[in-house]
Design a protein around this ligand. Sequence first.
Ligand code: SAH
Length: 212
Amino acid sequence: MDFASERQGMVDEQLIPRGITDPAVLAAFRSVPREKFIDPQYQKLAYIDAPLTIGEGQTISQPFTVAMMTQLLELKTTDRVLEVGTGSGYQAAILAEIVKDGQVFTIERFANLATKAEKVLDYKNVKVSVGDGTRGLPDEAPFDAIIVTAAAPKIPQPLIDQLALGGRLVMPVGGEWHQEMIRIRKEKEGIKRERFGGYRFVPLIGEFGLKK
Ligand code: SAH
């Protein structure tokens, strides 16, 4: 099987039957070549229904997890989005496809992962930076959407502060072995919080995350 037909298979078998319905999310998954974000020795596994290793003890999330988090962000094409945890760059590419007239800022703590991701991310509307994403990117705030692709016991306060009014933030929140997917929404009346089931992510390491 070639990558193009595996990519369509991923959408039809892993995403649609499990409740991914947002047409913009499905279109992005049909077009972004996931194999490009994976090291050569694992490339033939690019479309399996599981996370894969990307080096530095980190992983590219399972396709369904990337899709679910993206759908929860309820993106508009003009949104300014912050991603904490660039990793392979795949999630950033999916976001960039959707916010065509907006901007994606993605931040990674490992310089070599950021450099690798930057090389494969072929989008004018993506900016990769290296640093502690638990502090957010104050110079670029506010954001319409923030996605954190690593887990901590609580949502870093700077990220909540950098969310625009009406903005959404999606992050796995919990202990080392098990987290709950959380979406918060910043509204005039305050912060609204919803839960979307159990997941397991790599740790969010930083000043407002886990210390290491
Ligand atoms: N979104 C990625 C998934 C990467 S896994 C993808 O599509 O491939 C989570 C990433 O978060 C790891 O690369 C890890 O190094 C990074 N990370 C952990 N804590 C961080 C922090 N405080 N700031 C920035 N990146 C962080």
